[in-house]
Write a protein that binds this ligand. Structure first.
Ligand code: NAP
Ligand code: GLV
Length: 315
């Protein structure tokens, strides 16, 4: 079987070495623009449109959970994705644990007011602040998929109430679940009383801009937002306005509409915004190779695999 690989700004040789070890019978090559030789499988992150012209592709493995970059090509020019190829995304592969740690850290930081103490320290102020009560420090997780469900469990272990929102109805022990349309009545019921709103939705036309002024206005005054999904989920000016007028107390952002975040972006100057460089859950090479290799093996044996993206739905 022939496999092409594309992952810009990474050590491609280490990936190819790992894939060759996991799939000793495969013929592997790093794809380059202009390469139109046939291949059975593509293992890619942020591929250019041209790569999808490679003939013979049976499956495209996305080296991340979010497939928005690939589906943007398809949305821009329908028919870009070869009709015969399935698109398969990474499922957890070590990201759930990283994401859980990141969100637990953000929640604890706000619960114990480390953000306020950091601001006080900058002004050499010594004040003991009233702690937030656990019972009303409700965390709401938007998206209860592979990562959202794990994050919800991890946050619940901190002893705060946790609820989650998804498109389809779910039952998850210890988590209050809501489902339906974003901005519908169930969404408003979910937001009512959420002190920390954590976003783990995929980036789709339906979820674009979901973190906006209307959503923020439904939260209790002085709530917090943690966006670890995609920058396109956030209405940036709405966040700055909500922080300025006290609707929100602070935000932790890992993802941005433009990445790297431009040096003159107002978010850098807002002390109530904590910024990380799209690092909340990194693709781990060994875990990703093992998952992709297992799935290629299964497909080659004619078996089905999980993690197939529903292209029309967008995730
Ligand atoms: P997933 O398993 O596909 O879960 C997506 C969840 O969102 C599902 O619960 C789904 O509902 C829900 N959802 C989708 N559209 C919705 C809508 N319109 N209204 C309400 N709920 C909706 O995805 P995942 O693996 O957990 O990953 C989630 C996202 O995290 C990725 O798409 C990616 O953008 C982001 N991510 C970021 C990083 C980072 O480093 N910052 C790393 C990894 C992933 P149903 O369950 O009903 O389908
Ligand atoms: C990273 O952002 C991912 O989608 O895996």
């Amino acid at each position: 079987m022939k496999i092409i690989f594309w992952f810009p700004q990474t050590d491609a040789s280490a990936w190819l070495h790992g894939l060759a070890h996991a799939l000793p019978d495969a013929e592997l090559r790093e794809w380059q623009p202009g390469d139109t030789a046939p291949a059975d499988y593509a293992v890619v992150w942020h591929p250019p449109r041209e790569l999808f012209g490679v003939p013979g592709l049976r499956a495209i493995f996305n080296l991340g959970a979010g497939v928005d970059a690939i589906l943007a090509h398809e949305r821009e020019r329908p028919g870009t994705l070869p009709g015969t190829a399935m698109l398969v995304r990474l499922e957890d592969s070590g990201m759930g644990r990283q994401m859980s740690e990141y969100v637990q850290h953000a929640v604890l930081r706000y619960l114990r007011r480390f953000d306020d103490y950091a601001l006080a320290q900058a002004h050499r102020e010594w004040h003991v602040l009233a702690p937030h009560p656990h019972e009303t420090f409700t965390v709401g997780v938007l998206g209860l998929g592979v990562l959202g469900a794990q994050v919800a469990h991890a946050v619940a272990s901190l002893g705060v109430p946790v609820r989650g929102f998804s498109r389809s109805a779910k039952t998850i022990e210890g988590i209050e679940t809501f489902s339906g349309e974003l901005h519908g009545p169930q969404f408003d019921a979910f937001l009512d009383g959420v002190k920390v709103l954590v976003n783990l939705l995929p980036a789709t036309p339906d979820t674009e801009g979901v973190l906006n002024a209307r959503t923020f206005s439904r939260l209790p005054r002085g709530a917090y937002v943690v966006n670890v999904a995609r920058g396109t989920h956030l209405a940036e000016q709405d966040l700055l306005d909500a922080l300025a007028d006290g609707t929100l107390a602070a935000a932790t952002l890992d993802v941005f509409r433009e990445e790297p975040l431009p040096p003159d972006h107002p978010f850098w100057r807002e002390p109530r915004i904590t910024i990380t460089p799209h690092s909340s859950a990194l693709t781990l090479r060994d875990e990703a190779i093992s998952q992709v290799a297992d799935k290629i093996g299964a497909l080659a044996r004619g078996e089905t695999v999980s993690g197939i993206v529903h292209v029309g739905r967008g995730y």
